[in-house]
Design a protein around this ligand. Sequence first.
Ligand code: ATP
Ligand code: MG
Length: 342
Amino acid sequence: KKRIVSGVQPTGSIHLGNYLGAIKNWISLQNSYDTLFFIVDLHAITLPYDAQQLSKATRDTAAIYLACGVDTSKASVFVQSHVRAHVELMWLLSSATPIGWLNRMIQFKEKSRKAGDENVAVALLTYPVLMASDILLYQSDFVPVGEDQKQHLELTRELAERVNFLYGGRKWKKLGGRGGTIFKVPEPLIPPTGARVMSLTDGLSKMSKSAPSDQSRINLLDSKDIIANKIKRCKTDSFIGLEFDNPERPESNNLLSIYQLMSGKTKEEVAQECENMNWGTFKILLTDALIDHLQPIQVRYEEIMSDSAYLDRVLAEGATKAADIADATLNNVYQAMGFLRR
Ligand code: ATP
Ligand code: MG
């Protein structure tokens, strides 16, 4: 079986973008692939954060994975910091990463600009190296990611090739190792729709956990009233009717796409259904579709959260399975890089 790894940061509440761009797609992938889904808590501390909230957000995120349908009889679910190899490999990879590669990362530029110089941690710059470790440790074949992570995945691929070239093959054999390829070079898996869910208050910027206004996103755990209110107040335009793919109408395209994915209809069906609709009528339709889709997830979430021993067990088993794979890779890297092994 080919392997897939993916994760979400516990930086706030999981929203529709995380769900449609990542978690929802995991559910079908877990049937045909060997899958590992983790909560990337080590990434969550790269911007100023609330230490009181981190462990709660980590558990919440795990419970949401399960509530959305991640099945632990098929997939391993674990917390990134529970598998020490992530941080260890990161150090080794850092030494093989030219700083210019990191300086070019768009997300770093955006997030560091927003945070202001005094708040920009070194880890925000080196974050893609940790992400590369997350992926390469498991010899992943594919990584399902939203558009926003494409550039980081490209860096992961380049880094894998570089390490394979610098330390792999016969060089590694000469050091007494197995020789051959150290890392598998992973491919991105980008979902056709939902790859980029946009903000409710600005159709040109992506829906994001870290955006200051909660009105800009639908969180998976938002109540009916909150959903209704957010959709009522979301940004629209003054055109007549609704349409996909008009560059002058990013909000129309975004909300129709969300409606399409929530209702399970095809793009053509939605285009036809909403062609002559006014915003008021459409908003009611969209609100109902969101509530119908999210409510069962919320019910399951409450069930999972009410049994904390169960969640602990899932995360412990997941970490054990993950560590087995990760430690084998890490050991190879140490050996190939010439370290004296214990
Ligand atoms: P932050 O603002 O803290 O970076 P985020 O909302 O971008 O949070 P991440 O934890 O960085 O969420 O990303 C988790 C997953 O969700 C990634 O696979 C990412 O590609 C995907 N994702 C994030 N935002 C969106 C979005 N608006 N549309 C589609 N996918 C998204
Ligand atoms: Mg992000």
